[in-house]
Design a protein around this ligand. Structure first.
Ligand SMILES: [Zn+2]
Length: 278
């Protein structure tokens, strides 16, 4: 009897839910129809992510994208003909003439959070995409002491060696992001050199593979820091400057495209393509 009374309400709720989902889907389709994927790439979009996590307690939208949004973004890249390449592929292309796919994209994650392994890695695998994870070598298996201790971010767990090794085996490129994540431009040259070289050494020793790409903590760099990165044997370095990655212009100051957690789907598509007209 009760069920009979509730039935019309259930039908109504189902119809409303369906309409909401259909409208959201139509909105996504509309957003996609408004962007055009450039046929010829004059630079490579290097997407910058940090945390991929559904838990708001792990950080604000500046550094955290929900797994649901991340999956929509990766799915779009996959079905629009983008192929993910690593920064070493980019270096090989310019230094050795190794061909790049027609629509290359580089997906990067800064810092090496455990959620990269838990949430992002399975999504990347599902869509056949790869990525680069820049690891703070001194925090592996620990916490984000570099911004948690100053109260700037909530506590986050960092990926351990086992997770990093599994991702590296699965085709994820591991890049270096110093030993303790200082702002390198504020250090004495020898301290900066120690951070840069020791971070690389520790990753290479533990993962038994070369670490050839670097990411400046907080995006802070100057010519002296670039020189140390170059001398330390890195082939490329990324910044937090916004734009396309143009390896030919400066392999040690590659621009990226930040993806914030509060971006709508349409905004993500705009960000992905906006620098091509430069
Ligand atoms: Zn960082």
């Amino acid at each position: 009897m009760l069920l009979r009374k509730l039935f019309p309400a259930l039908i109504l709720i189902s119809v409303i839910a369906f309409l909401i989902l259909a409208a959201a889907d139509a909105g996504d389709k509309l957003s996609e129809s408004l962007v055009s994927v450039p046929e010829k790439f004059d630079g490579v979009p290097i997407l910058m992510y940090h945390k991929i996590n559904p838990d708001p307690g792990t950080g604000g939208y500046g550094l955290r994208v929900s797994p649901r949004d991340f999956e929509k973004q990766v799915a779009y890249l996959a079905r629009s003909g983008y192929t993910s390449v690593s920064l070493t592929d980019l270096a090989d292309h310019h230094e050795k003439g190794k061909p790049l796919p027609p629509r290359p994209v580089v997906i990067t994650f800064d810092d090496g959070y455990l959620d990269n392994y838990v949430y992002a890695y399975p999504i990347l695998r599902k869509y056949g995409m790869t990525a680069t994870v820049f690891v703070v070598a001194g925090t592996v298996g620990g916490i984000n002491g570099f911004d948690y201790s100053e109260g700037r971010q909530p506590l986050n767990r960092m990926a351990g060696w086992r997770e990093l090794e599994e991702m590296a085996e699965g085709g994820i490129t591991i890049g270096a992001h110093t030993l303790t994540h200082p702002s390198l431009t504020g250090l004495e040259p020898e301290a900066a050199r120690h951070e840069i070289t020791e971070g690389k050494k520790r990753l290479e020793a533990a993962l038994k593979r070369p670490v050839e790409v670097f990411c400046y903590p907080y995006g802070n760099y100057d010519q002296a820091i670039v020189q140390i990165v170059r001398e330390s044997g890195f082939r490329a370095a990324v910044t937090a400057d916004q734009g396309l990655g143009r390896y030919r212009e400066d392999p040690y100051a590659l621009k990226r495209i930040r993806v914030r957690g509060d971006y709508s789907y349409g905004r993500f598509l705009q960000e992905l393509t906006r620098y091509h007209s430069e």
